[in-house]
Design a protein around this ligand. Sequence first.
Ligand code: CU
Length: 573
Amino acid sequence: MTDTTRRRFLQYGAATGAMLVIPAAQRGVAATSRDGRPRLAGGGLRKFREPLPVPGRGIVVATSTGINRYSFTQREIRRRLHPDLPPTPVWAYDDGSGLAGQAGSFGMVLLAQSGTPLRVSYTNLLPDVYPGWIPVDPRLTHGNGRKVRPMTHLHGGFVAADSDGNPVTDAGAGYAPGQTQHVYYGNQLPQMPASLRWFHDHGMGTTRLNVFAGLAAGYLIRDAYDTGTEPNPIGVPGNGYEIPLVIQDRQFRPDGKFRYPVSTIPGAIWIGEYFGDHMLVNGKVWPYLDVEPRMYRFRVLNGCNARIMSLHFGGLPMWQIGAEGGLFDMPVPVRRLVLSPAERADILIDFRGLDGRTLELRNSTPAAPVSTPAPPLEAVLQVRVGTSVTRPGPRRVPGSLPGQRARLPRPRKTRYITLNEIAPGTASWHLNLNAVDFEHKPVTETPKAGTVEDWAWVNMTPDTHPMHMHLVTFQVVGRTPFDVNAYQKKHGGPNGVPGGISPQPFATGPMEPPTPDERGFKDTVKANPGYFTTIRAKFDLPEGVTGPQSYVHHCHIVEHEDNEMMRPFTVLP
Ligand SMILES: [Cu+2]
């Protein structure tokens, strides 16, 4: 076995051993085979039994606790994720409105307005120590041991460091039971236009576990154009015709709890990637959605820990109108959405002429050069097209949009950040950036406030890594293939190739331009193996905030982020 196949075997070994066994009593009709044992055919729970939760019906729209003020508690709730499952313990952001039974795993959305600041608090009411169903690896928790110490990050937030919820701030070790994290989200323009952001836990060495347990919610920003109602100045569907699709894969235990496997490597608990064998959409297992034969807008977010998805409606045309940073300047046609964890796509789909048809949103293995060890998981969501239309809505895709094509001025500097994988298949298996671990000093990435820089993530591992930066949204400049072996041979050491060394002399072809769906500003980009992926960002700070301000950039495969594939950066005055 090569290193790679061995590593993949170990990952699969952990994941595919995890067949769901639903007790016969909970399986309803035809629950047992003729010999009386539970039937285990092909992957557990029945598909398309319950409607997709939407805001107001299954997804809580957060209730404010004062003018522009929200107060959440983080606590364990029980949520029924499928009719054949007992209620699942889920960690949730609870807005105090009494609807928290719906709130974990994206059962909550906060509606923000561009330009209107919010004060938000998060009070930790979780257990002090991790329960048995969440296998913490105390080697990775930087002194927190098995203690639960959450910290909420606004993903895509343009905020001061002390409101960012990142591990290099004073509160980086997280919040003890009863403690409250207070943050200020300015929602300032132009950095925070109408767009889908999200907030999720960012606990030190425990992000993968806290997000897996359910600590993730939507943060939907509106403005005078993108009102969410219909009609609107953009000419896109609104009201009940705009639908979030937040997709997460999960494994289940027979008692209804989420299952997270532990490593088969002696001395390790951490696994390289978590892959589920059931798909949750908006917090329900394999739901269905009734639509009318008219145009719809979907806000798609890959909320998986590690799975990169290639989503399609069996060839049905889609128009992408925006990404993580907001709307594009014009729609682009797409047939598939290739989304890595944390990436978002804002899309239009026209169901006219499909009256009475049943469609499926399906996931397939992404095409090269994207590379992922995920075992296949195809079914996502069933869409049932009705035969009558309540409101006709927009009849055509708009020709232009009030958003942006990402185009920044020439950079002041280019930084090379290396992506290394060390000792796979052993107890010391980890990933790193720049051949150093997360806490290594000094901080080498120190852009000056207000300046434009190019960053190139140089991927020497066999897999795609979704690289995410806090504070900024960025332009994808392009991806350049290079000779990984030659670069490593010349510059590599025991912990990989250090940062700051250009792989350009090892390029094996010209830079490939961004894909059409990378037209706008993004906060997460697929760094594919064998390529260096260049992005361009302007390192502004929010109004009234002066440097130094420290943030992090990291892989958004949260298993990787938790095991050293993360580094700080500091914006200097
Ligand atoms: Cu990664």
